[in-house]
Design a protein around this ligand. Structure first.
Ligand code: M6R
Length: 610
């Protein structure tokens, strides 16, 4: 989604803004722009396509003198991706420029009103309305004009605003879209996330909904929606800036796949004390699950897929009725939720608009809420009763990999805690699973070592397929859903997952000579069932790649055309391992097809609009 950066200080702003935008590229975008505010007025430059176009147009920023400005990468929502619709948008008077992330839902009404006042619009965007509104309300006080303009906006917005009358000042506003402010010595910044400013400072402020930040080189002041001053706590970011660099890997996605053993250790190890799970860092005490009658898991995309695995776990091991519901569907589904319901919201970014909205609805219905999130201080963590951090570090590739397995690891800890508190799993079994989870970082490393080359080879055989099907049962079905999403989002190959038993109820008609079907059969208790489904596919000419455990007693090579084995592991934990060869397969297929792996077309890393 759109990325915002703002800088005011003693250095040339444009190169700093371009650098900040390059750190936000991972969010996904289709055009970019800058506006520099100086004594000479506002200078705006915009370019469709990659940031490189804007860098070239501005000679890496050196062609735009000035020490204060705002920058933007746009992911088109309202209006085509072109130069005119790119941000920043200037008001008709040329006095104000605005960058916006979010959607103004009532912009048509506002546009009609402004047009009736004689305002001429240059673009097709909703965002331009904001610049004209500020102009409309401006009577010499920028803060007041911004405040009044935002009072009439409906929807979501993070804004960066500069004015020709106040060179050196930037205003940031937040409503349901992420925005931080940050300070360094004689410099101040706004940004959509901390990666844009980490090179300069680690001292940041997270804006809350309705808050306004006024930045000058030596200060950041905060106000509420009524214009009253607000005192905000500063947060210090302690993660390593190098964590957001490729570190020698060709792509962030590959780096993040290989980081999984370490991330799993960071999620799990400090939370195992004296042979038991200890989630006190998330304020989950000994009675947390005792009176929970129902769990709803709310999430989108990959996070939803980890939620489906957790649904199987929580029902089987903790015997709590659990539903995994797409966050975008939850609000409109008339869900049955009350104060005995625990709503678990899963989100890597902690900013996904649909997930945030579902969290709000669960709270409104009285549910207790627990966020399973990666990004510290994000909106979802600040709105939930409790947060269990997955500690995956910055995930830059659009395709989620390490956050997925870290979510699984955190949810596994949660499941074992619930099972323990409710006495639904024998102590020995609980301890045995926990011991395997503790060894998981090494087991993941073994899986990487054992499967990477094979997956690279298999990708060369199958990258020309037009459709690939994934099948699995139970936890393998959950794992397959994630695997097919991974493949389709980065390789653009049509990929679908079916519960293996469901194939014969319709989809099998699509299987023809040479169609690749990936059968995830890591759940040994269900292998025989899956074997029959594989046979059905092969009988129709399908080519079957089977992912199973080393200990598989049946001769999988008799069953499938090709077999990839993951190390033996307790069946509960199989999704953490089967993910790895399937992520690698998606990666190498996309590589063979020459796709833009870290920034696939049309996708955004953080989806901040509903
Ligand atoms: O930040 P979140 O976990 O809330 O994001 C949810 C989805 O947008 C995200 O998982 C998406 O599906 C990924 N691109 C998948 O790789």
């Amino acid at each position: 989604m759109c990325g915002i950066v703002g800088y005011t200080g003693g250095n040339q702003a444009a190169p700093i803004l371009l650098y900040g935008l390059s750190r936000l590229e991972y969010r996904g975008y289709d055009s970019a722009g800058l506006c520099i505010s100086s004594d000479a007025g506002l200078t705006t430059v915009k370019a469709r396509g990659k940031l490189a176009n804007l860098q070239e147009l501005t000679s890496q920023g050196t062609a735009l003198p000035g020490v204060c400005g705002i920058g933007h990468t746009r992911w088109a929502t309202q209006g085509d991706p072109n130069d005119v619709n790119a941000h920043p948008h200037e008001s008709a008077s040329g006095k104000f420029a605005v960058v916006h992330n979010g959607i103004i839902e009532n912009f048509r009404k506002l546009k009609a009103f402004l047009t009736a006042q004689g305002v001429k619009f240059a673009s097709d965007t909703d965002s331009e309305t904001i610049a004209h509104l500020i102009d409309f309300y401006y009577k010499g006080n920028l803060l007041e004009a911004v405040r009044e303009a935002t009072q009439v906006l409906e929807g979501s917005y993070a804004l960066g605003i500069v004015s020709a009358d106040d060179p050196g000042t930037i205003i940031g506003v937040r409503m349901c879209s992420p925005l931080i402010a940050a300070i360094a010595d004689g410099e101040a910044f706004i940004a959509s996330d901390v990666t844009a400013v980490l090179k300069y400072t680690r001292d940041v402020y997270y804006l809350d909904d309705g808050e306004i930040a006024v930045l000058s080189p030596n200060s950041v002041k905060f106000y509420d929606a009524y214009g009253e001053p607000v005192v905000k706590p500063m947060a210090h970011i302690d993660w390593d800036a190098d964590a957001a660099q490729k570190g020698g890997y060709a792509h962030f996605m590959l780096k993040e796949i290989y980081e999984q053993p370490k991330v799993c250790a960071d999620t799990v190890l400090a939370r195992i004390k004296g042979g038991a799970v200890d989630l006190t860092d998330a304020d989950i005490g000994a009675d947390y699950f005792k009176d929970v009658e129902k769990i709803v898991i709310l999430a989108c995309g990959t996070a939803y897929h980890s939620g489906i695995a957790a649904k199987y776990w929580l029902e089987r091991y903790a015997r709590i009725p659990t539903e995994a519901i797409l966050a975008s569907e939850f609000r409109y589904a008339h869900p049955i939720v009350d104060d005995k319901t625990l709503a678990i919201v899963i989100s890597q970014s902690g900013e996904t608009a649909d997930t945030y909205a579902a969290l709000g609805e669960a709270k409104r219905l009285g549910a207790r809420t627990l966020a399973v999130v990666n990004v510290r201080g994000s909106t979802i963590t600040r709105s939930s009763d409790r947060t269990l951090y997955i500690n995956a570090g910055p995930e830059i590739a659009v395709a989620s990999t390490k956050a997925y397995t870290a979510q699984l690891a955190a949810l596994a800890l949660l499941t074992l805690t619930a099972a323990d508190q409710r006495g639904t799993l024998e102590r020995e079994s609980n301890a045995a699973i926990l011991a395997e989870l503790q060894r998981m970082p090494e087991t993941m490393q073994k899986t990487l070592d054992a499967t990477a080359e094979t997956m690279q080879y298999l990708a060369t055989l199958y990258f020309n397929q037009s459709s690939i099907f994934y099948i699995g049962r139970n936890l393998d079905y959950a794992a397959s859903l994630e695997a097919s999403l991974k493949l389709k989002e980065i390789s653009y190959i049509h990929a679908e997952t079916y519960a293996a038993g469901e194939l014969k109820h319709g989809t099998i008609s699509l299987i023809e000579e040479g169609t690749l079907v990936i059968a995830v059969a890591a759940h040994m208790a269900l292998f025989d069932k899956l074997e029959s489904n594989i046979a059905e596919v092969k009988a129709r000419g399908g080519d079957v790649l089977c992912i199973t455990q080393e200990r598989c007693r049946a001769d999988p090579e008799q069953v499938a055309n090709r077999v990839v084995a993951i190390p033996d592991v307790h069946e509960m934990l199989t999704p953490l391992l089967s993910a790895i060869p399937l992520q690698l397969f998606a990666y190498y297929v996309a590589l063979a097809k020459g796709c833009d792996i870290d920034q696939p077309r049309n996708l955004a890393k953080t989806v901040t609009v509903e």
